[in-house]
Design a protein around this ligand. Structure first.
Ligand SMILES: Cc1cc2nc3c(=O)[nH]c(=O)nc-3n(C[C@H](O)[C@H](O)[C@H](O)COP(=O)(O)OP(=O)(O)OC[C@H]3O[C@@H](n4cnc5c(N)ncnc54)[C@H](O)[C@@H]3O)c2cc1C
Length: 509
């Protein structure tokens, strides 16, 4: 049976900040469609609280920001791409302000927050802790009249002719399939926090983009590096909302039930790197001791952190919130240049799903919104500078679904919680690898978006567990109890799929 085929200049998969910035850059000149799994505002970008990192104060500089980013990344960053990102910080914030984002100000100009592992206050925010909302609304308003939004239209697969990516196959909320052709397809699908039971991520963050890219032959790398945010509100039903690190930057302290400080042992105290704080909280909780975020030293809480204040109200806490770590951000992803080029011609990527090496083995707080803006802009400019003819007519027909057995989402989460969380070891990782080996999700294609989502999750979970087992050291967010030290032998080494010779580079110059 043939299905409807439509043609655009650029297909953007994802309506988060990264996709919206690309659209803002190109949509007055090119015919652009943006696809999303739900409503356009349903994304991790919309949920972002703390803000955008940039060296804006007089005693700060992009080099200091760069150094902090490399230190957090634990010797695993691409130094040059990281410099490109941090150098562009100031300009990016001014550009966003010029576009209409109402960042919070004080008497000195932008009000700058401080977050973990940043040497200086350098986080700009909007509406207190509602930065993501402000960014997404502003961008949506700017592109609304120039792009077509295809909400509740899930991308099931990327279409290829020979090596070239020529479009996508989607399914909409009525279960109808459509094929879309375009010379440029942009993956801006965000992360994969939903692989774990405790996560800050939106329910749509099931790692679809990694799986779409993998099946289309794109190179994935560094999948073992997953950041766990230390402070999710711990409720009776498991961890819930994120409590931004900026609260600790404003004086909030982590304490145990006897009032002792959790981070007393660390020189950076409550603002130590996220992996360190997450492990300290996990260790206390594994001894059966609850950990709380003490908000009493934070002045003007309701004004500065309205989201956190409303959480306190909803859950009935006054000043001490019980907290637990949860999956937050994926450092690895689809290998790409800062302007979004992948090894598959016609396929580009940006935002959390992309891996340009700027986050190393552990992301510095508030660098990902910056990445979405800076690299989204670069990708947009690349597309304008390298126009391509629309793909020649190709036959599109309904692909038969390839079915098979899959683990349930609950099973995937349980295995990932046990094997790939804050602490990892060979035994549970090997069990997880064996578990995922029982299935073949890479070849499972379905027109049912829920089955496809499970297949994507199982595929990505398998890649992550294999990588985490193979990396026999601890680095950044990847902590192996059986290999607790960083090892020189692993310096500069990335685990990639498909596996390529180290000297071969990633072939995306
Ligand atoms: C609670 C929270 C707070 C955060 N706070 C900050 C912060 O203060 N500062 C900071 O720098 N970072 C923060 N982050 C991280 C940051 O928000 C994300 O890394 C960033 O927003 C990712 O943007 P993105 O555009 O790449 O993806 P997202 O914003 O996640 O958007 C992904 C889009 O892809 C779409 N999509 C996915 N799969 C498909 C498919 N198969 N078909 C169609 N569409 C698809 C989704 O529907 C969605 O529209 C936070 C993250 C969370 C979860």
């Amino acid at each position: 049976m043939s299905v409807k085929t439509e043609t655009l200049d650029v297909l953007i998969i994802g309506s988060g900040l990264a996709g919206l910035v690309v659209a803002e850059t190109i949509s007055r000149e090119l015919n652009v469609g943006i696809f999303s799994k739900g409503e356009a505002t349903e994304s991790n970008s919309y949920r972002a609280q703390g803000g955008v990192a940039a060296a804006l104060s007089t005693n700060d500089s992009w080099k200091k920001h760069w150094r902090d980013t490399l230190e957090a990344g634990d010797d695993h960053n691409d130094n040059s791409n990281t410099a490109t990102l941090t150098k562009a910080g100031q300009e990016a914030v001014h550009m966003l302000a010029a576009w209409g984002v109402l960042f919070d100000h004080d008497e000195h100009g932008f009000q700058l927050g401080k977050e973990g592992a940043h040497e200086h206050p350098r986080i700009v925010h909007a509406g207190g802790d509602r930065t993501g909302e402000a960014l997404v609304h502003t961008l949506m308003e700017r592109v609304r009249d120039h792009v077509q939004f295809f909400n509740e239209e899930t991308v099931l697969s990327l279409l290829k002719v020979d090596r070239l990516c020529v479009g996508v196959k989607t399914v909409n909320k009525n279960g109808e399939n459509r094929f879309w052709k375009a010379p440029h397809t942009v993956l801006a699908t965000g992360g994969a926090g939903q692989l774990f039971s405790q996560t800050t991520n939106h329910a749509f963050a099931t790692g679809d983009g990694y799986a779409l890219a993998y099946r289309a032959g794109a190179i994935l790398r560094d999948m073992e590096f997953i950041q766990f945010h230390p402070t999710l509100l711990a409720t009776d039903t498991g961890a819930a909302d994120l409590i931004t690190e900026a609260v600790r930057g404003a004086g909030g302290r982590l304490v145990k039930s006897d009032g002792s400080r959790v981070m007393a042992h660390h020189p950076k105290g409550d603002l130590a790197g996220r992996d360190i704080v997450a492990r300290a909280i996990a260790a206390a909780r594994s001894e059966g001791r609850e950990v709380f975020l003490d908000l009493s030293p934070v002045s003007h809480l309701a004004e500065r952190f309205p989201g956190v204040a409303s959480l306190c109200k909803i859950y009935g806490y006054s000043s001490q919130l019980p907290v637990a770590p949860g999956a937050h951000f994926m450092m690895g992803g689809v290998a790409a240049t800062p302007d979004g080029k992948t090894n598959v011609p016609g396929l580009y990527t940006v935002g959390e799903v992309a891996s340009t090496g700027v986050h190393g083995a552990n992301r510095l707080a508030s660098n990902s919104l910056l990445e979405a803006v800076v690299f989204g802009r670069k990708l947009g400019r690349r597309l304008l500078a390298h126009p391509r003819k629309r793909p020649a007519v190709f036959r599109t027909r309904e692909e038969p679904s390839v079915t098979g057995t899959l683990p349930t989402k609950a099973e995937i989460k349980q295995v990932m919680d046990e094997a790939c969380g804050v602490n990892r070891n060979a035994k549970t990782l090997q069990e997880a690898v064996d578990f995922f080996n029982l299935y073949s999700p890479e070849s499972l294609q379905s027109d049912d978006p829920h089955i496809q989502e499970s297949s994507n999750m199982a595929l990505i979970a398998a890649l992550i567990t294999n990588a985490a087992l193979a990396r026999t050291e601890s680095r950044g967010s990847h902590y192996r109890e059986d290999h607790p030290m960083k090892k020189q032998a692993w310096d500069g080494a990335s685990l990639t799929w498909p596996q390529i010779p180290a000297e071969g580079g990633i072939g995306i110059r």
